[in-house]
Design a protein around this ligand. Structure first.
Ligand SMILES: Cc1cc2nc3c(=O)[nH]c(=O)nc-3n(C[C@H](O)[C@H](O)[C@H](O)COP(=O)(O)OP(=O)(O)OC[C@H]3O[C@@H](n4cnc5c(N)ncnc54)[C@H](O)[C@@H]3O)c2cc1C
Ligand code: SF4
Length: 371
């Protein structure tokens, strides 16, 4: 059985108390909301805070305010089950309600918060393992080691953003309010994410996400599709969030955001552009699906990065020799080829299948379905 390490719990009652506790304890402290991700990670020693600053007692962090007409504000401490069941959100921001309702299991959605979900740690098969498992393979650079086991030649971590609500919120053009020792700031949620598996959030350790602000829904329609290995509950292998605005049956605005393909939610900009001014015919949908799927393939085949950086090209002799003896014996040519082709094949299949479901948007374009 994995046990939690000892820690001190600071039950903050106000945001000021929480920020003061974070400032006082520095790197030894972390925030905890529902704890559904952080506590399991602490059991695996992926995080080792000595102090946890609890957000559950801060009243101003919970609740949903506003309306689709003027925009909706969600307190970061609002549970996922509340978000999923909220009538205004389900009606006018269905991508978000669907994404929240697909996170994990009912028990975890009753504890887990929207703030915790947008800040949830990136994931990787070599990292989301017990301490003993990770020690047996010599650890990796995300925690306790210095080599990336997915891409041994890489100088960065490629762990994957696995939040369900993050791509949905990016597609809805949401903003986040952050409060820290330097005051308050509000940024587009897309700007909260960095393309780095370790430093994946563009915020300081002392900043707390306090609210998520949804713009007026106007004519935007949205949907979220999730592929996962276990249908009952699991993190996404792929999340596809789509929001579109129609004039008649012609698309006038489109946002397509993929989750679980990179260290941050990734917008499919070329696919979005291909939708504008078009009717959602099967041919257009197929083209857009191919363009969106191309995002993953570009990442996977190292269009933007060197191939060895993501492990698809065998690392150089010099970089191989930098690795530990234990790992070197695992990194035989066949092992690395098997690993890369298996991952790519699975993701390719998932992207293609999920993007075909874009056709659900066509239903909205039919006059009989529009209110
Ligand atoms: C078995 C299992 C299955 C899961 N399946 C999914 C899934 O399918 N999809 C998915 O998206 N997630 C999944 N999760 C992860 C997790 O349950 C959810 O992401 C949940 O929403 C996290 O919210 P929380 O309030 O529990 O966050 P916590 O665990 O309390 O915190 C998560 C992280 O966010 C930080 N944090 C929390 N609140 C704030 C805030 N207000 N400001 C700044 N930082 C903050 C914490 O410091 C921590 O780093 C799963 C977890 C488990 C154990
Ligand atoms: S991508 Fe590499 S460094 Fe990051 S968690 Fe996985 S193995 Fe570790």
């Amino acid at each position: 059985m994995m046990r939690l390490p000892p820690f001190t719990y600071v039950a903050a009652r106000t945001l000021a108390e929480a920020t003061a506790a974070l400032a006082e304890h520095g790197h030894a402290a972390m925030l905890v909301a529902g704890g559904t991700d952080l506590y399991p990670n602490m059991k695996r020693r992926q995080f080792e805070p000595r102090v946890l600053v609890g957000l559950r007692g801060i009243r101003e962090l919970s609740g949903v305010r506003g309306s689709a007409r003027e925009g909706v504000t969600l307190g970061a401490g609002t549970t996922l089950s509340t978000v999923a069941a909220h009538r205004e959100i389900a009606t006018h921001y269905p991508a978000l309600a669907t994404a929240a309702g697909l996170v994990s299991s009912p028990q975890l959605r009753a504890m887990g918060t929207i703030g915790g979900n947008v800040c949830v740690d990136t994931r990787c098969n070599y990292y989301n393992q017990s301490f003993e498992w990770r020690r047996a393979i010599g650890f990796c650079m995300k925690k306790d080691g210095d080599t990336c086991l997915v891409a041994p030649g890489s100088t960065r971590c490629w762990a994957v953003s696995s939040s369900d609500t993050a791509p949905a919120l990016v597609s809805l053009d949401a903003r986040v309010r952050l409060v820290g020792p330097g005051g308050e700031r509000t940024v587009p949620i897309a700007a909260l994410y960095r393309d780095d598996g370790i430093e994946h959030l563009a915020k300081t350790r002392e900043e707390i996400v306090t609210d998520i602000l949804l713009p007026p829904a106007d004519e935007w329609r949205s949907t979220y599709l999730k592929l996962r290995r276990r249908g009952s509950f699991d993190f996404p292998v792929l999340g596809v969030a789509v929001a579109a605005r129609f004039e008649g049956d012609v698309v006038r605005g489109a946002r397509i955001v993929l989750g679980a393909v990179a260290s941050l939610p990734r917008s499919a900009e070329r696919a979005e552009a291909a939708l504008i001014g078009r009717r959602l015919t099967p041919e257009v949908i197929a083209t857009v699906a191919d363009l969106a799927a191309g995002i993953f393939l570009r990442i996977a085949f190292g269009h933007a990065h060197s191939q060895s950086a993501i492990g698809l090209k065998r690392p150089s002799r010099a970089s191989r020799s930098r690795r530990s003896t234990r790992y070197r014996s695992r990194a035989s040519s066949s092992a690395w080829t098997r690993r890369s082709s298996c991952t790519t094949g699975l993701q390719r299949f998932c992207v293609a299948r999920a993007m075909k479901s874009l056709s659900s948007l066509a239903v909205w374009a039919r006059p009989s379905c529009r209110s």
